[in-house]
Structure formats: C-alpha cells, structure tokens
Design a protein around this ligand. Structure first.
Ligand code: HSE
Length: 310
C-alpha cells in the first residue's frame, strides 16, 4: 500500500496568470493498493460528497496515465481518498487529484517516472502548469510550457515567513466557467502591466523582500473580468489590504481570495475584514489561516486509519 499527501495550491498570485503558484498546508490524502477487483474507491474527509467512485474519478484517470506511460498494469486497485481541500474554489483541488493520483501510481509501480516527467503528464491533463507545479514540488514555483511542448519549472523558495489568509466563499465556481469570462485579447498596456508586476513578484519571492508585494500582486489580465462573478470580491480585497495585508489576490480561478501577511495578529484582522465584506454581500466565507507547504506531494507512513485521524 502507498499513502501520499498532496497540498492545496493557490495559482496566479495576482499577475502570474497560468505560471506562478504556491503550495499551502491544507491537504488531500490518497492511499492506493493492489486489489483483485478492477476498481474500488472509498472516500473520507470534509469534502467527500459528489466525488465519483467509478472510472471517471480524476485520481483514477491520472493514475491510469502513469500506468499507460510506464507499462505497469495492476490486476485491480483500491483507492481511498481523503479530501480536505474545498473543491471548485480556486485552491487546486483538481491539481491535487491529478498530482496525487500520478505520484501514488508511480510509487506503486516502483517509481519509473521522475518528478519532471510527472509534472509534464500532470500539466497536460490539467491544461496549465501553475497549480500542478507547487502541488508536486511544494513552495512557490514558476512553471512554463516551452515552445517544444515540454515544461520548465523552477522554485521561487518556500516563502516560509509568509502567513496566508484564504477567504473561501460559500459558492462554487468551476475553472471552466471562470476561464470563459476572460477575453481572448487584451490591451498591450495591460500585458505590460502584468509582465512588469510578475517580474517584481519573482524578485520579491526570491529575495524575500515582501515590501514589494503591494505593487507586485496587481493584476489586469484576469481579476477584473472574474470580479463580476464573485459578489464583493474587489471590496474584500481592498478590505484585506486596508487591514494590513501586504498583498491580496484572487486565488487561481476563484472564488477564494488569498491575502499575504507576515504576522498572526495581522492575519486575524485580515481574515475578519474579508469575512465581513463577503457577509455584507450576502455570502458566508470560511477563513483558513495557512502557511506555505514546502514539501509538495510526499509519501507518508501509516494507513487508512491514520489519514482519517489527521
Ligand atoms: N491559472 C488558472 C486560472 C488557475 O486562473 O484559470 C486555475 O486552474
């Protein structure tokens, strides 16, 4: 039996659309073992409802890709999935399923694939590399699809000094719908706006100069278009900054907002500020006080019982 832990992730970080992301200490768990029956899937965790338990399951589809590529063919498998990452909220739940399924299947097959090869498979299945890269490697990452279709990923460090406050509104927003809100073309001035901020953000993370985050997290490529689908979004981001956040952005495709601070006291004020604004717009929001995860996908000891107890 193989048991793995996979972190939630926040992609884009403001301007780094489809290329920047960071891993968070909020996790899903996957255990995989050989079985006589073709496929058995059992579920646990806070967000188990609605997860398919047949061949359409995303963890299973991801595992199949590894077996196809490596030629490994188990007679049957048993999967136990513990989901504590909220789905369809912009916290990388689908990337966690894909990376976790591939990572666990690769371990079960005797690790024929490198992490780089898993990244390529996972990014292809997800469609973009910004969530799968930190889910696999941990920390903050920059990942790009090269002109020959390969993927290149570099760590931007673990951002260990940062505290992250995620406001998860009680509404679902599929990535597909959220991407459908974006224009196919943008003004050159907005493109320049984002590329300059993305450079600044990479500098901020690499040098740990978090005073740059205020300017570095400004986006014009996706947040303005998505705001109309998330009541209170712009006011909640402004409230987070007003309450002391160094930067506050839409997490991935939303609807979660994520703010960056360096102290627990200010984190608590930032969380309350975002929650109040969402409430004023008629939406309850759950606040998660998080830290960056530095490990990414990892095999852990234990069994079903130990993951239910985590
Ligand atoms: N970069 C992606 C987006 C992340 O913003 O649509 C969500 O998968």
């Amino acid at each position: 039996m193989v048991l793995v832990r996979i972190p939630a992730t926040s992609a884009n970080l403001g301007p780094g659309f489809d290329c920047l992301g960071i891993a968070l200490d909020l996790y899903n768990y996957i255990s995989i073992s050989d079985a006589d029956e073709p496929l058995q899937i059992t579920l646990g965790g806070k967000y188990r409802d609605g997860i398919p338990q047949d061949e359409t399951n995303l963890v299973y589809r991801a595992a199949l890709q590894v077996w196809r590529k490596t030629g490994y063919k188990p007679k049957g498998i048993s999967l136990h999935l513990v989901n504590d990452i909220p789905p369809a909220r912009g916290l990388g739940s689908s990337s966690a399923a894909i990376v976790g399924g591939m990572y666990a299947a690769n371990l079960q097959a005797g690790s024929p694939l490198t992490r780089e090869e898993i990244l390529a498979l996972a990014a292809e299945l997800e469609g973009h590399p910004d969530n799968v890269a930190p889910a696999l490697y941990g920390g903050a990452t920059l990942a790009i699809r090269q002109s020959d279709g390969q993927y290149l990923c570099r760590s931007l460090g673990n951002a260990a000094d940062l505290k992250l406050v995620a406001a998860v509104p009680d509404m679902l927003l599929s990535t597909e719908l959220s991407r459908g809100l974006l224009p196919s073309q943008v003004p050159l001035t907005d493109a320049v706006w984002n590329l300059s901020r993305t450079g600044l953000l990479v500098t901020s993370l690499l040098t740990k100069d978090y005073s740059l985050l205020k300017d570095a997290m400004e986006d014009r490529l996706h947040e303005p278009y998505r705001a109309k689908q998330i009541p209170g979004m712009q006011s909640a981001l402004a409230a987070a900054r007003g309450a002391g956040a160094l930067g506050a952005v839409l997490s991935g495709a939303g609807p979660t907002l994520i703010a960056f601070t360096t102290g627990s006291a200010s984190a608590s004020q930032v969380g309350s500020a975002m929650q109040s604004v969402f409430l004023a717009h008629g939406t309850k929001a759950e606040i998660h006080y998080l830290n960056p995860d530095s490990q990414g996908a990892v095999e852990i000891g234990g069994n079903y019982g130990s993951i239910e107890a985590v």
